[in-house]
Design a protein around this ligand. Structure first.
Ligand code: TYM
Length: 332
């Protein structure tokens, strides 16, 4: 029996935060030995909000280098750029015809982004989940490791897959979201009931994977906690402190309970410094490795070319099956 398949992606838009790392990449690392993994740079999703073309191209490569620097092994996994595999757009078109406008209008992310980009509510923004469904279904993925904010999109992917299978016969594997118990939703350092986001306007709210030690320490020193003095994991009562405990635990490989014990009786100031140091210690070698990989253009280009080729082979097989099922002429 073959290995199961895992699919996930990140948009090369904006600066990646430690939320992206903790909620997704860190989760991927544990899967690469056991599964057939496909990890993409979702540049087709990124253009649903305005992007500066040169920057988009640069960020796409930076994201690829980051995956590798974090420990994703391109020999074991398929790393590729979404737009280099044309079947994503082709399958999305077909899936559009089994998806209802009302379903897309109800998506939380669509509603949020429509508010944020009120001058650019384009069709792509609304169709975003269908393209994501195409990504996942093309590779017949069983598992989709993502942060909590993407669960609704994986749910709609399941609905679309089931609906297609019912109408045209068994075609797609129905995927499941894999959400970590710890770290599925890293919160903003300034408003700890909100998600930490790449696009937050307050630069102190998010720690970016590109931040240097000094910046990281400054952001953690300024992190919002509460008026108490107890370092305790209680997300509803103490969202700021609990978020810091989660970050510390995720970056040191401990559980939040272990972290809580470690800081029992200590002050908030000392605690914040320790969290900042744990993050900075982990990121420094990743940043150095990412820079090294980016300088090696031939290597990175080679990884992405062979990734696109591998992805294309699987994607073509699925799309051809879909075309057969729906009655598209494919030549004699
Ligand atoms: P994106 O690029 O917004 O985020 C990438 C991943 O990071 C997770 N994440 C977080 N996890 C924990 N705490 C946070 N504060 C936090 N912020 C972000 C996200 O849940 C995600 O897993 N639509 C996707 C990209 C995508 C995709 C796919 C994912 C395109 N096609 C197919 C899975 C399968 C997105 O915008 O993620």
């Amino acid at each position: 029996m073959g290995k199961g398949t895992v699919y996930s992606a990140i948009q090369p838009s904006g600066n990646l935060t430690i939320g992206n790392y903790v909620g997704s990449i860190r989760n991927w690392l544990t899967m690469q030995a056991e599964y057939d993994c496909f990890f993409a740079m979702a540049n087709m999703h990124a253009i649903t909000v305005r992007q500066e073309p040169a920057e988009l191209r640069r960020r796409t490569l930076e994201l690829a280098a980051l995956y590798i620097a974090c420990g994703i092994d391109p020999e074991k996994c398929t790393l590729y750029v979404q737009s280099q595999v044309p079947q994503h757009a082709e399958l999305a078109w077909v899936l559009n015809t089994v998806t209802y406008v009302g379903e897309m209008e109800r998506m939380t992310q669509f509603k949020d982004k429509s508010q944020k980009h009120a001058d650019n509510i384009n069709m792509g923004l609304m169709d975003y989940p269908v393209l994501m469904a195409a990504d996942i279904l093309l590779y017949q993925a069983e598992f989709v490791p993502v942060g909590q904010d993407q669960t609704q999109h994986v749910e709609i992917t399941r609905d679309i897959a089931v609906r297609f299978n019912n109408r045209f016969g068994e075609t797609f594997t129905v995927p499941k979201a894999l959400i970590l118990k710890q770290g599925a939703k890293i919160a903003s350092l300034q408003e700890p009931t909100k998600k930490m986001s790449k696009s937050d306007e307050n630069p102190n709210a998010s720690v970016y994977l590109t931040d240097d030690r000094e910046t990281i320490m400054r952001k953690f020193k300024r992190a919002v906690t509460d008026s108490g003095n107890e370092i305790r994991f209680a997300p509803d009562e103490k969202p700021g402190v609990s978020n810091l405990l989660t970050i510390y635990a995720s970056f040191t490989g401990k559980t939040a309970e272990e972290a809580e014990k470690e800081f029992a009786g200590k002050g908030y100031g000392e605690f914040k410094l320790a969290v900042g140091e744990a993050v900075a210690d982990k990121l420094a070698p990743v940043q150095a490795e990412q820079a090294r990989i980016l300088r090696d253009k031939a290597y990175l280009g080679g990884v992405l070319a062979s990734g696109a080729e591998r992805a294309y082979k699987t994607a073509r097989k699925t799309l051809s099956k879909v075309y057969r099922k729906i009655g598209f002429y494919q030549g004699e």
